[in-house]
Design a protein around this ligand. Structure first.
Ligand code: G6P
Length: 611
């Protein structure tokens, strides 16, 4: 949620940290700060707002020149987003600077204990308590690493931390539990970060630290241990993200760039996974045998936000192609609901970031009950990817815009493949498989065709930009697409929007419809086309302002809708991959025309690593 960047090496740490923080701004953007260790003293700079505000507040480069430093961009959990609460935090003796992602659950008890020892606090934050605690133990142990280890053993909750200390001017100590932390290995320099996006312009060689690991670095070497000081031999991985994936290029916003990238990201999700000879697909990482898959009697798919919407589409696909019942659950509900997981149930968790706290907790809950849990994630090496019993990467590349777009279509693509695999193991014909494989290859160019409607969609956006509410309607597989379209609009334009199963409209939302209410309807030519047309007639009768997503060639719909966005014909199963694209563009343009920061909507975070 927040972002951490630390640097130790021979270069000036400050610009590297500031640049890294800018790349992490999509993770948290209410305040930021950095600390450097210079001439045996800590220099700490903080600012409310964007990283550019922090950058502007920094003194001359020669004042901030140091080879070692840590920085943080914050998304407030405890305490208001102001300068005092911004990280880094310091301890009682002014020797330590600490940045922290996560939440310390027992901070009140720890604070009370430290207060009895004479500690005084300047903020109400959990992180300040952690800084005091860590500094206290370093003093007690007279050793940087073991002080951090001892302190963290007392902590309940989640943390990714990076620490510098005046007595150890050539070292950074960092540790994690439940919050991602990555060590970047450069040439006589090291980086510590919560997200590889911050450092891939410097190095692609990384170590994904595991929960309960502590790393001590100087510019020559690093040493990883557990909280019990056992040595850890970690594996060095190579990040496969391209630097261009974290740059905006010619696009005004990451979100627009990522919408356009769907032509390739969808292809990347199915590339190398189609098996023409057997008319099916292969998802190598599932780590499950054909026999095991054949025995599956029930599937649960768990996720949050946009990933949850992808799961709903997956349910529809799997049930119709493989006839296996699928339950879709919000991770936050699942984890506290005493879920029933019958025998022969296969559980999937779906998460772009692979770090969403609720999804991770649901994964652990399902595993604790003996279920096999597979992950569908984007971020390689993420906690969910590591902790699941097998899984699939969607290969969408870095997604920076807070409102998820390309990750959604890549998730849906992978779920299409899963539905095909399961279907072909049961009663789905080879003919269907052949048709499926032929058509999926055409989807990227069909997405490109939809993207060509961008200007037309911008014009439609202008007609609804001042609306207070909007209703999105769809039936069957288009209902979750309607939910996703509504979510995109509310996330970035702050217009209240609801997605509804079209026929349910008459049981409530119809009361809201008047000439001011835009109704976005996904009315594609499929088995239930006539049904949605009747629903739209009900809207029209109440003067609703209809924007229809329709199949190319459908002229009749023009009688009902004020605006029609035509998308190419495709097999039913692939329709969501095309119909969601105009909804993403519509939300983007509405938000842009209203003058909002599309990539960093207020109050939202890209990856929600707290409950
Ligand atoms: C946040 C993001 C959403 C995302 C959701 C789930 O709310 O703003 O875009 O869909 O988290 O994230 P995940 O990384 O688990 O897919």
């Amino acid at each position: 949620m927040c972002g951490i960047v630390g640097y130790i090496g021979k270069r000036n740490a400050t610009p590297i940290i500031v640049e890294g923080l800018k790349r992490l701004e999509y993770r948290g953007y209410d305040s930021a700060g950095l600390a450097i260790n210079k001439d045996g003293k800590l220099h700490i700079y903080k600012a409310v707002g964007k990283i550019t505000d922090l950058e502007r507040s920094l003194p001359e480069p020669n004042v901030t020149f140091s080879n070692i430093g840590i920085g943080h961009t914050r998304w407030a959990t405890h305490g208001k987003p102001n300068k005092t609460n911004a990280h880094p935090h310091t301890g009682q003796y002014g020797k330590i600077a600490l940045v922290h992602n996560g939440i310390i659950e027992n901070y009140k008890q720890l604070r009370q204990k430290l207060t009895t020892e004479g500690h005084q606090f300047n903020t109400e934050t959990d992180t300040e308590v952690l800084a005091h605690l860590v500094e206290y133990f370093i003093e007690k142990e007279q050793d940087f690493t073991s002080g951090v280890q001892k302190a963290l053993k007392l902590v309940e909750g989640t943390f990714g931390i990076a620490v510098i200390h005046t007595d150890y001017p050539e070292n950074i100590v960092a540790a994690r539990k439940g919050s991602p932390l990555i060590l970047g290995i450069g040439n006589e320099e090291f980086f510590i970060t919560s997200d590889v996006a911050a450092i891939i312009i410097h190095t692609k060689k990384v170590i994904y630290l595991k929960d309960g690991e502590v790393v001590n670095l100087n510019h020559e070497k690093f040493e990883i241990t557990t909280l019990d000081n056992e040595a850890v031999k970690a594996k060095i991985s190579e990040v496969d993200w391209d630097v261009s994936s974290i740059e905006k290029g010619d696009y005004e916003h990451f979100m627009l760039k990522e919408i356009y990238e769907q032509v390739t990201s969808v292809e990347n999700a199915f590339r190398g996974r189609l098996m023409n000879k057997l008319s099916t697909a292969r998802l190598g990482g599932l780590n499950i045998t054909g026999n095991e898959l054949r025995k599956v009697k029930k599937i649960q798919i768990i996720g949050c936000g946009t990933s949850w919407h992808a799961a709903l589409i997956g349910k529809n696909m799997i049930e119709s192609l493989a006839r296996i019942p699928v339950e879709v659950e919000y991770a936050s509900e699942y984890r506290y609901r005493n879920p029933i997981i019958p025998e022969d149930t296969l559980v999937f968790v779906i998460s772009q970031s692979g770090e969403t706290a609720d999804t991770l907790a649901a994964l652990r809950e399902a595993q604790a009950r003996g279920a096999k849990v597979l992950g569908i994630t984007n971020v390689v090496g993420s906690t969910i990817a590591r902790e699941s019993d097998g899984g699939v990467y969607i290969h969408a590349g870095a997604e920076i815009g807070v409102a998820s777009t390309k990750a959604f279509t890549s998730q849906v693509t992978v779920l299409c493949l899963l539905a095909l695999i399961l279907g072909r193991m049961k009663h789905l014909s080879a003919q269907y498989g052949i048709k499926f494989l032929k058509e999926i290859k055409r989807i990227p160019q069909k997405i490109e065709k939809v993207l060509n409607l961008n200007e037309e969609i911008e014009r439609i956006a202008a007609t609804i930009k001042d609306s207070k509410n909007a209703l999105y309607l769809g039936r069957g597989m288009h209902y979750p697409v309607a939910l996703e379209g509504a979510l995109k609009l509310k996330e970035i334009s702050y217009i209240h929007a609801e997605g509804y199963p079209a026929a349910e409209m008459k049981h409530g939302p119809i009361a809201l419809i008047d000439e001011k209410m835009p109704v976005v309807a996904i009315a594609l030519k499929d088995a239930i086309y006539d049904k949605i047309i009747s629903n739209l007639q009900e809207v029209k009768a109440r003067n609703g302002h209809i924007i229809a997503i329709a199949t190319e060639g459908d002229e009749n719909i023009k009688d009902l809708a004020e605006h029609v966005i035509y998308i190419p014909e495709t097999m039913d199963i692939f329709q969501p991959l095309l119909s969601v694209v105009p909804l993403q563009l519509l939300a983007y343009h509405v938000a842009h025309l209203r003058g909002f920061n599309v990539d960093q909507p207020r109050n939202l975070a890209k990856s929600v690593t707290v409950e």
